[in-house]
Write a protein that binds this ligand. Structure first.
Ligand SMILES: [Zn+2]
Length: 210
């Protein structure tokens, strides 16, 4: 198993779960597959929270798409919660990836606020619904430029897990709220936003002019 690539491991466990189908009690009905899955879920990045009061594994219908299956942990409290085998294979996120999410999460309010009331794609002029709309950084700076320039002026120092905390949407934010407020202010001041439909946003990603 350990000589498989991540992609092969994902395919392997997807096949394993799908070949079993819906199952109320993995340990009782499929002991050998259960043993493999039990070992796998020990690698979940949020293991402590996910496996608290753990009593067993089930396979249930995916909550978003009932044609798909999900693995779920059962707790002694009666709760059943899905657990992603993909997360277990990928392991914990890198700090760099969390940092990128963090910079984005801090300015989502500004993005939502900008989105409110917008109805048209600035490129193709098509009328689009709120959910079809992407908010894009235009003008002189990309989002990445803004983040880079900001961290140059406001060095973040040694990044550690303590650098982050999580909001009520379970997204990473800066533990140092003063630092976060300065970033929000910086973004508010320098970001130039525009509304694009998803198709035009994709075109821009492939080289449409800023
Ligand atoms: Zn468009």
């Amino acid at each position: 198993m350990s000589n498989l690539t991540q992609k092969q491991r994902k395919a392997y466990f997807s096949e394993l779960v799908n070949s079993i189908g819906l199952c109320e009690d993995m340990e009782k009905e499929y002991p050998s597959q259960y043993a493999e899955l039990y070992e796998l879920i020990q690698n979940h990045p949020e293991k402590e929270r996910k496996l608290k009061d753990y009593v067993g594994l089930r396979i249930i219908k995916n909550l978003k798409n009932p044609r798909l299956l999900s693995l779920a942990v059962c707790r002694s409290t009666g709760e059943v919660e899905t657990i992603s085998w993909v997360s277990c294979i990928q392991g914990p996120e890198s700090m760099e990836s969390v940092l990128r999410k963090c910079f984005r999460e801090e300015i989502t309010d500004q993005i939502y606020k900008f989105k409110t009331g917008k109805k048209q794609c600035v490129k193709c002029k098509k009328y689009i619904s709120y959910h079809e709309m992407d908010i894009d950084h235009t003008g002189e700076y990309s989002f990445y430029d803004l983040q880079t320039n900001y961290t140059r002026e406001n060095p973040i120092g040694d990044i550690q897990w303590e650098t982050f905390t999580y909001n009520d949407k379970r997204q990473p934010i800066f533990a140092d709220r003063e630092y976060a407020e300065r970033w929000k202010e910086y973004h508010r001041e320098h970001a130039v936003l525009q509304s694009l439909c998803k198709a035009c946003h994709r075109v821009k990603t492939y080289g449409w002019e800023k």
